[in-house]
Ligand binder design. Structure first.
Ligand SMILES: NC(=O)c1ccc[n+]([C@@H]2O[C@H](COP(=O)([O-])OP(=O)(O)OC[C@H]3O[C@@H](n4cnc5c(N)ncnc54)[C@H](O)[C@@H]3O)[C@@H](O)[C@H]2O)c1
Length: 437
């Protein structure tokens, strides 16, 4: 199949490389010249494990190319739309400018029989509206919606071996034709019995935002329990273990700590509420406002705990921040709780020296006022407190004795409940965490 992928960011670049790996002929298109130059040279424009290797092997086959010129999309069979849908400035709603621009610029180049496949996360109702733009430009072209569930850090694996596929299709013969194109694109996954849900546009759009709303709710649920644990002396990690043994609940996504962030969950739950409001169903999702509020409270709680560790004042204290990405195995700092806490600590007078294995360049662009180190040890040198905010493996494996010899004062905030408190206390550290005595 001849495929274009429009928008080559965290989702699109991985999707393009994986589709080429699966044997398709792929053209990646983006308006960002620097990104396209990097990808064309076989360089990943962001950190994603496995992507550089995949770009090298796919480019070597001659099946993967990149361009900034949308007119080169002419003659291709299927076009994935993978551009961003960020939160609108000053509003909860999603900004659909990029999706609209991508579809509008693609429309004049559509050939009869082409299928436009939406991947971006969009408010319900978007696909039906875009289908009108596609049909007006090329009556024999079809629009399908195929939401993406990849996790940054596991994006290559998740794209090559998805845990499910969802097709949102129009009614009638056009839907059948789009389905056969999608079936051909995903032939390998389907042959491996990947579950497939075929539905209408609105269902497919709602699947994606419902999944993210559920995950966000699960995280905020355990973080709400952590708040109660904090005022009672209970241990939220033991509570999560115990309730997680119940198969109906499950242990995953029950890690209390600094909460969720990134380019998806926060903006998706806000856009979902905004859209429900427009549709007159706002009451149904008011709980998501609370989910968001619990999540944001975690950040101020982390700042407060750091102040407590420093005997009531952050002023002039040297604080080593370990972790800036919104999660490990990513350099993504969009709405990162870690970066937010680092910046709040500085705003309240601390001297912040931050380190992250991958996210320093991105963090520096957003917060040039912070100081950055080249290693955890450099950040922690003579620090009054260490705050662990993103649970990279190298931080989880820190040796409390060796690290204790570097710092000025042995104060640690475990913002992700990923260290063994007994071990750290035994090595002479004052250990604090969220929801843990
Ligand atoms: N990142 C994830 O883990 C993930 C997972 C599932 C779904 N999504 C969804 O996928 C979409 C993309 O997310 P992302 O994280 O890849 O964003 P991103 O910001 O990393 O990438 C978006 C890309 O689109 C490009 N772009 C913007 N307008 C364009 C246009 N008119 N033509 C061509 N390219 C254009 C941008 O230059 C950028 O490279 C969002 O809707 C997001 O919610 C993301």
């Amino acid at each position: 199949m001849r495929i274009t992928v429009i928008g080559c960011g965290y989702l699109g670049a991985v999707h393009a490389a994986c589709m080429a790996e699966l044997g398709h002929e792929v053209l990646g298109i983006d308006v960002d010249q620097a990104k396209i130059e990097a990808l064309s040279a076989g360089r990943a424009p962001f950190y994603e494990p496995g992507l550089p290797e995949l770009l090298a092997s796919a480019s070597a086959t001659g099946r993967l190319r990149f361009t900034t010129d949308i007119s080169e999309a002419a003659g291709y069979d299927a076009h994935f739309v993978a551009v961003g849908t960020p939160q609108k400035k000053g509003e909860n709603a999603a900004d659909l400018t990029y999706v609209d621009a991508a579809v509008t610029s693609l429309a004049p180049h559509l050939q009869p029989g082409a299928v436009v496949i939406g991947k971006s996360t969009v408010p319900v109702g978007t696909a039906r509206r875009l289908a009108g733009i596609v049909a007006a430009a090329q009556p024999d072209a079809t629009l399908a919606w195929n939401p993406e569930f990849l996790r940054e850090g596991f994006a290559v694996e998740d794209t090559l071996r998805p845990d499910r596929l969802v097709y949102g299709l129009p009614e009638g013969g056009a839907g059948d034709r789009a389905k056969s194109v999608l079936d051909e694109i995903y032939a390998v996954a389907l042959a491996n019995e990947t579950p497939l849900v075929v539905a209408g546009y609105e269902t497919a759009e709602l699947v994606k935002v419902s999944a993210n709303a559920f995950l966000a709710t699960k995280i905020s649920f355990i973080n709400a329990i952590a708040e109660v644990a904090d005022v009672t002396g209970a241990d939220v990690t033991a509570i999560a273990d115990a309730i997680g043994y119940d198969a109906r609940i499950g242990r995953r996504f029950l890690n209390a700590g600094l909460g969720f962030g990134g380019g998806c969950l926060p903006k998706d739950i806000r856009a979902f509420q905004a859209r429900a409001g427009e549709l007159g169903a706002d009451q149904a999702l008011t709980f998501l406002r609370e989910v968001d509020a619990i999540n944001m409270r975690r950040r101020s709680r982390a700042v407060d705990l750091t102040r407590e560790l420093l005997d009531g004042s952050l002023l002039g204290k040297k604080v080593a921040v370990l972790g800036l990405a919104f999660k490990p195995e990513s350099d993504d700092v969009r709405d990162s709780p870690s970066l937010d806490v680092a910046s709040q600590l500085r705003a309240q007078g601390a001297r912040v020296i931050a380190y992250d294995p991958q996210a320093v360049p991105n963090a520096k662009r957003l917060h040039p006022e912070l100081d950055f180190a080249d290693s955890a040890e450099e950040a922690a040198s003579a620090a009054d407190a260490v705050v662990l905010l993103t649970e990279w493996k190298q931080f989880r494996n820190l040796d409390p004795a060796a690290f204790g010899a570097i710092v000025g004062n042995k104060n640690i905030l475990d913002g992700r409940n990923c260290l063994d408190p007994e071990q750290w206390r035994a090595a002479g550290w004052r250990y604090r965490a969220l929801g843990r005595p």
